[in-house]
Design a protein around this ligand. Structure first.
Ligand code: PLP
Length: 381
C-alpha cells in the first residue's frame, strides 16, 4: 500500500469534530465562565429540556457520569442487598460494578452472537425468586431486543434499566410499529457523556431518563444528597451533578447528534462493503428492530490470530481496540458460582475474536480505504 493519509488515524477524532463547532462551543464556554454559574447554571436545565424533546421522554435527570447514573437508578428503584440483578457479561465493567457496589448480586448472562446484546432466553433461564431487575446494555450502538425483555420483566415483576451509554439516539421499533428511543422503554435509561461516546462532552457527564414522574423525583433527590428541600434529607443520596460548562457543550453537540450518527453509518457502510463475503471477517449484523448509531464498528475475525492482526495494523498506524478483552465473569472481582463459563459460551467465543476499527464522525473516504485495504491485505496474507 502506497496510499498516504494526511492525518494520523485515530479510534475517535475529537479534535477534528471540535474544529467544526469551535466558534459556537468556545462562546458557550466563555459565557459560563463570565456568568460564574458553574454549578446548576441555566445551561443544565436548557440541555435537560432539549434532550427530553429529542428523546420524547418526560424526564431527563443530568448527573456526573454514566456509572453514577446506573448507581442512582438502582438506588431509586429501592433494590436491596442480596437482590439479584441480571445483566450481560459482555459489557463494560461499570454495569456490573454498581450492582456489586450496592451489595446486590450480579447475575451475568450470555449475549446473542449476531447483535452482541443480552440474550433474552438466557435472561429467562437466570430468573429466580430473588431477581429484581434486568439491566439491558445497548452494546456498540444498537438496542437490545427490548420488546421480549419488557414482556419477560412484566411477567416476573422485574424492573428494567437500560444502559444507553453506547447507544444514545438509537431507535427501537415494536411489533405494532411504535418507535422509541433507546433508554425510554424500561423504567429508567442511563447514559454517559464521556468524551468518546456518541454524545460526548469535554470531561465527565451522564444522565438518567424516565417517563415515570415519581421515579424522576427520586432520581433527582438521590443525585442531590437525598434532598428535595435544601438541608432536608429524607433519604440517603450522593453528590452527582453535570457541570454547567459540560451542559453548555452538550447543548450544542445535541443539535449535531443525528448528523454524527449519519457520518458513523456512512463509515460503517464503507467497512461493510469492503469486508463483504470475506470468510474470515464477520461484519456487524444489524438487529432487525433497531437502528444502529455505531458507537463501535466491531468485526469478528474467524480463523485468524486476532491479536497478531491488531499488532500488524498498529505497524501501519491503524489503531484498533478490543472491547472487551476479559468479560466480566472472568474478572476476579466478579467471579461467582452463579456466573460459570458453561452459561457464557457465546461471550467466551466472542472475546478472542472481536476487533473494533476506527469509528468516528470525521472519517473520510481515503482513510476508510486505507484502513479496509490494509486489513484485507493482512487477513488474506
Ligand atoms: C461508558 C460506559 C459506562 C460508564 O460511563 P462513564 O460515564 O464512564 O461512567 C457504562 N456502561 C457502558 C456500556 C459504557 O460503555
Amino acid at each position: 500500500m502506497s496510499t498516504t493519509i494526511a492525518k494520523k488515524i485515530q479510534m475517535v477524532d475529537l479534535k477534528g469534530q471540535y474544529q467544526k463547532i469551535k466558534t459556537e462551543v468556545d462562546a458557550a464556554i466563555q459565557e459560563v465562565i463570565n456568568s460564574a454559574a458553574f454549578i446548576n447554571g441555566p445551561a443544565v436545565k436548557e440541555f435537560q429540556v432539549d434532550l427530553e424533546k429529542y428523546l420524547h421522554v418526560k424526564n431527563v435527570i443530568p448527573c456526573a457520569n454514566g456509572t453514577d447514573a446506573l448507581q442512582i437508578a438502582m438506588m431509586a428503584l429501592g433494590l436491596k442487598p442480596s437482590d439479584e440483578v441480571i445483566t450481560a457479561s459482555f459489557t463494560y465493567v461499570a454495569t456490573a460494578e454498581v450492582i456489586g457496589l450496592l451489595g446486590l448480586t450480579p447475575v451475568l448472562v450470555d449475549v446473542h452472537p449476531d447483535t452482541f446484546c443480552i440474550n433474552v432466553a438466557a435472561i429467562e433461564k437466570a430468573i429466580t425468586p430473588k431477581t429484581k431487575a434486568i439491566v439491558a446494555v445497548h452494546l456498540y450502538g444498537q438496542c437490545a431486543d427490548m420488546e421480549p425483555i419488557l414482556a419477560l420483566a412484566k411477567k416476573h415483576n422485574l424492573f428494567v434499566i437500560e444502559d444507553v451509554a453506547q447507544a444514545i439516539g438509537a431507535e427501537y421499533t415494536f411489533a405494532n410499529g411504535a418507535k422509541h428511543k433507546a433508554g425510554t422503554m424500561g423504567n429508567v435509561g442511563c447514559t454517559s457523556f464521556f468524551p468518546s461516546k456518541n454524545l460526548g462532552c469535554y470531561g465527565d457527564g451522564g444522565a438518567m431518563y424516565t417517563n415515570d414522574d415519581e421515579l424522576a423525583k427520586k432520581l433527582k433527590m438521590i443525585s442531590h444528597h437525598g434532598q428535595s428541600i435544601q438541608y432536608v434529607h429524607d433519604i440517603v443520596g450522593v453528590n452527582s451533578r453535570l457541570d454547567t460548562i459540560q451542559a453548555a457543550i452538550l447543548k450544542i453537540k445535541l443539535q449535531h447528534l443525528d448528523e454524527y450518527a449519519t457520518a458513523r453509518n456512512k463509515a460503517a457502510a464503507h467497512y461493510d462493503k469492503a469486508f463483504a463475503n470475506n470468510p474470515k471477517i464477520k461484519t456487524p449484523v444489524r438487529a432487525k428492530n433497531s437502528t444502529h448509531v455505531f458507537h463501535q464498528y466491531t468485526l469478528q475475525l474467524v480463523g485468524v490470530d486476532r491479536n497478531k492482526i491488531k499488532e500488524q495494523l498498529a505497524v501501519k498506524d491503524i489503531p484498533s481496540m478490543i472491547y472487551y478483552p476479559i468479560p466480566v465473569h472472568k474478572q476476579k472481582a466478579y467471579q461467582s458460582e452463579r456466573n460459570l463459563s458453561a452459561n457464557l459460551v457465546v461471550t467466551e467465543q466472542l472475546t478472542p475474536c472481536v476487533l473494533s476499527l476506527p469509528m468516528h464522525t470525521e472519517l473520510d473516504e481515503a482513510t476508510l480505504n486505507y484502513i479496509s485495504s490494509s486489513l484485507l491485505e493482512l487477513i488474506n496474507a
